[in-house]
Design a protein around this ligand. Structure first.
Ligand code: NDP
Length: 245
């Protein structure tokens, strides 16, 4: 196993891509803390799956829009697992609307959850990450190509993560901590179901012609978290079935 002895925190991991990442890191030997906002039952099930595989796991309720809750989630992870080696900033929300239509509340929510939260969690994690530490953030392929005006603020929130990733890679390089961004394409989750008119439109952009699965992103994250990726930092890995090809 590639991650034996490592301690990981995955934000927003009660469902979808985050749940897949948490299970993949545990399958590689890591102990894992997860955060969630509302889905306590789903989070408990992910914890049970990980524990059944022989790893430590803990679920922490923490709204990513709440700075104190995000900071506390890092402290609770360290207390529960005995340290922190891998932070995965996955929690994110989608709110649609062109600039004329989108509300100020939705703009604030997108920036708070998708942009500020990864910064706050990373800042809180800094004192704990030793040599070989990892910060991996989940962006979006819509950071590179924006096929609808309704995606503007969401796409901007995800674009911000690329610059943040590069700067933090430079800041933490001297400590041998790597920082990378994974940009999923359309992955079948509650946020972006693989059926319906929107899905059929999005599939037309994809070289592979189909939605991805949460495993497709989780495998990329598990690789970046491993020692095999020790010379990769400040990078963006787009996993989108060729949608931006
Ligand atoms: P889902 O909506 O399916 O799941 C979101 C997860 O994040 C849930 O565990 C949810 O917790 C948690 N979450 C949402 N808001 C908050 C919050 N305020 N505080 C804490 N946790 C929160 O999303 P996906 O799995 O599809 O997306 C995961 C990430 O991948 C996001 O960053 C998203 O932007 C990105 N992404 C997804 C794509 C896709 O096609 N699915 C494409 C590109 C990027 P709870 O269950 O408690 O609500």
């Amino acid at each position: 196993m590639n991650l034996a002895g490592k301690r990981a925190l995955v934000t927003g991991a009660s469902r979808g891509i985050g749940a897949g990442i948490a299970k993949a890191l545990a399958a590689e030997g890591a102990d894992v803390a997860i955060t969630y906002e509302k889905s306590a039952d789903s989070a408990a099930k992910i914890v049970d799956v990980i524990k059944a595989g022989g790893r430590k796991a803990v679920a922490i309720q923490a709204d990513s829009a709440d700075v104190a809750a995000v900071q506390a989630s890092v402290a609770k992870t360290v207390a529960a697992l005995g340290g922190l080696d891998i932070l995965v900033n996955n929690a994110g929300i989608l709110r649609l609307g062109g600039l004329n239509d989108i509300s100020l509340e939705d703009i604030d929510a997108l920036l708070d959850v998708n942009v500020r939260s990864p910064m706050i969690a990373s800042k809180a994690a800094l004192p704990h990450l030793g040599k070989g530490g990892r910060i991996i953030t989940i962006g979006s392929y819509f950071a590179d190509r924006v096929p609808s005006p309704a995606l503007g603020v969401y796409a901007a929130s995800k674009s911000a993560l690329a610059a943040f990733t590069k700067a933090l890679a430079r800041e933490l390089g001297p400590r041998d901590v790597t920082v990378n961004l994974v940009q999923p394409g359309s992955i079948d989750t509650d946020m972006n179901p693989a059926s319906g008119p929107t899905a059929e439109t999005l599939k037309q952009f994809m070289a592979l012609g189909r939605y991805g699965a949460t495993d497709d992103i989780a495998n990329a994250v598990a690789f970046l978290a491993s020692a095999k990726a020790k010379y990769i930092t400040g990078s963006t890995l787009t996993v989108d079935g060729g949608a931006n090809a």
